[in-house]
Design a protein around this ligand. Sequence first.
Ligand code: CMC
Length: 429
Amino acid sequence: MTEKVAITFQGKTFEFPLVEGTFGEKGIDISTLRSTTGLVTFDPGYMSTGSCTSDITFLDGEKGILLYRGIPIEQLADKSNFVETAYLLIHGELPTKDELSYFNHHVVHHSMLHEAIKNLYDGFPNNPHPMAVASAVVGSLATFYQNEISVRDEREIEITIHRLLAKLPTIAAYSYKKSIGQPLPYPDNALGYCGNFLKMMFSTPCEPYEVDPVAAKALDVLLILHADHEQNCSTSTVRLVGSSMSNLFASVSAGIYALWGPLHGGANQAVIEMLEAIHQDGGDIDKYVAKAKDANDPFRLMGFGHRVYKNFDPRSKIIKKLAHQVFEKVKVHDPLFEIALKLEDIATRDEYFLEKKLYPNVDFYSGLIYKALGFPVPMFPVLFAMGRLPGWIAQWKELQADKDFKIGRPRQIYTGKSTRDYVPLTDRG
Ligand code: CMC
């Protein structure tokens, strides 16, 4: 017999079926709760709410497992590349040689922006935050391709996906170049995805530029590690916007804004600021560990702890190894890296952190690598957005194809004033 969950309310018992996932995780299907009982659920922050079923990403926070379409993140970081991983997330399978070459060709050849987009960059004030610019320009793409943004036409969706993946690096690099007053570069389609982006970011028309393969590889791995993380804040935003049948440009633009917040895409910046503060303060790590443990001090170790991962964050292990490789090969000496290593060593042996299951998360070393590659701190969340783009696309596409597709429309428990009469202005004292 299929297992059910019973809810008793006002003397009556109602039964609800269970939904079971691939690895045995269970949820109560309460879609008929309101129509049968008159009740709604109340769950601020969606701590106990599954908003969808999904075939894309699995994570187990206790065991430190992260799978994209069933493949462990460690294997993808080691053997795949970002474009191939994007294909996997979006299409569900690793591509054949022909499929990869077709996808790669289109992801490369849509990289140029319409010349009129440069006018948008001219319209922003001096030194705008690149995340605000990235979201605004991605949203504006809907005006350039307004006859090809159907959410039900497979071919139009495919072109939009190619355009988004190809153009976001150009949009991101333009934001940076504009903020430092340098000319806007054109993409170089002969280079790989990350090589082209690095060239657009760091080359000028006055000097030759050669892509550093170590930098390109490191960036590629970081993009893979950020490519999806199931129903987080920005992904849920993309799904909710897409659920009104808004086009992919609009949905991704909203996702970028959701990612911008310091509670989501901004933590890697906070790590750098914390390490800099420790450095300026003479490098006294013990003092900061003590502050983090002090219940009366609001200070926390940035880059430590995770809502879901309570053992270790599998991405942080890969990033730590990568950080060692980058610092060794790029030959950059950054005292902040030394501080980070010592800090991790001390904190991961400390009873407080062990007891509370606080381990380095994805943000602990990623900012240090971006910094070593020459990226300015405000670009860090934009790099996160570039990485997360295939995940947003895959989730939006899965939603549109869902047989149970419905506009997202949560309920609420109204706690405001009860019914009362309008008081004319003259009678309002
Ligand atoms: N340093 C010191 N103490 C901590 C820390 C930390 N980084 N993180 C949690 N704690 C303590 C916290 O004070 C609390 O102690 P107590 O039980 O005595 O009140 C306990 O651990 C549980 O903390 P919580 O805030 O209830 O845990 P949470 O699951 O709600 O928060 C977190 C998770 C990531 C917001 C939190 O660990 C944190 O603020 N970390 C630092 C910021 C950070 O690195 N954020 C990046 C998250 S990873 C990016 C992503 O995947 O989106």
